[in-house]
Design a protein around this ligand. Structure first.
Ligand SMILES: Nc1nc2c(c(=O)[nH]1)N[C@@H](CN(C=O)c1ccc(C(=O)N[C@@H](CCC(=O)O)C(=O)O)cc1)CN2
Length: 293
């Protein structure tokens, strides 16, 4: 069987181009330049890279990028006060607090301070509620990117059995809701699911977001399934550091009809969807209405 390797970089580049066109139209017809504010607390090296890449991508799409960096020992109140200030700023359309936060700060408290209409990560309780209720809101970026990728190989997901392995707030739970909205029959599985292999074998769409390197083996993948690997795990192998997913790519691709690689799969979609959410939020907040991207 020919297996399609779903190219996240190419799909993300395409989405970023569409966002840039929407931004250009907002500027020329409404004199609006969307602005994204990113808050980074501490010096986590990976977070610094992600934040820098978000800033570059935001500017490349023609939007304004605002960065706020707080020291690792900033208090929870310092972060909350900054979020409140950004909520009140008319010119800020999107607010994102880079995760993880230092352990002395409650991410849940900080995130839920964000104005839901500026919550471009889609992580506030209000946006989680909107997603469950099927109302317009802002949808978390990585799950949004995962569904876009699956739909590049199978535009209509109706009636498919989707298994989501992982139940995080950032990915597993919202991804399950998005697949339900696509009319899939969704099973939410996790590291403690009894006979996880058997559950995975039922999947027409198998999404792995559990954070365990290569947990999902090739013989857990049904012939012809679409495999979306959300895991990004750094492992040491042969004296070298490399990124691997939650799926054992080489064996899984023998059975899958389509599969996302790591790196170059879902990861790049995260930032592209963030840009999309920012332009969508800007158009709604500023009374232009819905943008179709
Ligand atoms: N507030 C948020 N914090 C975090 C999120 C998020 O969506 N919102 N997600 C991750 C980190 N992240 C973005 O913030 C992110 C992770 C990975 C990638 C990516 O493109 N990865 C590449 C590989 C990169 C490498 O070589 O190291 C890939 O998979 O191809 C983009 C964004 C946690 N925090």
């Amino acid at each position: 069987m020919m297996t399609t390797i779903i190219d996240g970089k190419a799909i993300a580049a395409d989405l970023r181009e569409k966002v840039a066109q929407a931004v250009s139209a907002l500027k020329s017809t409404h004199d609006i330049q969307p602005a994204l504010a990113v808050v980074l607390v501490g010096e986590d090296p990976a977070s610094q890279v992600y934040v820098r890449n978000k800033g570059i991508a935001t500017e490349k799409a023609g939007m304004k990028s605002i960065e706020h960096r707080l020291a690792a020992d900033a208090s929870e109140d310092d972060v909350v006060n900054l979020v409140r200030k950004l909520n009140a700023e008319e010119g800020v359309d999107g607010i994102l607090v880079q995760l993880p936060l230092p352990s002395h700060i409650s991410s849940s408290r900080v995130i839920n301070e964000i104005d839901p209409d500026k919550d471009v990560d889609g992580l506030t309780e209000v946006n989680a509620g909107r997603l469950i209720l099927g109302k317009d809101g802002l949808v978390p970026c990585t799950p949004q990117g995962s569904v876009i990728m699956a739909k590049t190989v199978r535009p209509d997901l109706t009636s498919l059995n989707a298994v989501v392995v992982g139940r995080s707030i950032l990915v597993g739970k919202p991804l399950s809701m998005l697949l339900l909205a696509e009319n899939c029959t969704v099973t939410m599985a996790h590291s403690r699911t009894a006979d996880l292999a058997a559950v995975c074998r039922e999947a027409d769409i198998l999404c792995a977001a559990v954070g365990i390197p290569r947990l999902i083996k090739g013989d857990w993948v049904k012939k012809g399934a679409i495999v979306i690997d959300v895991g990004i795990n750094r492992v040491e192998e042969g004296g070298k550091s490399r990124l691997v997913g939650d799926v054992d790519f080489d064996s899984a691709k023998e059975n899958a009809s389509a599969i996302t690689p790591v790196p170059g799969g879902v990861g790049p979609m995260t930032i592209a969807c963030l840009l999309r959410n920012t332009v969508v939020a800007a158009a709604r907040r500023r009374g232009v209405g819905e943008i179709d991207l």
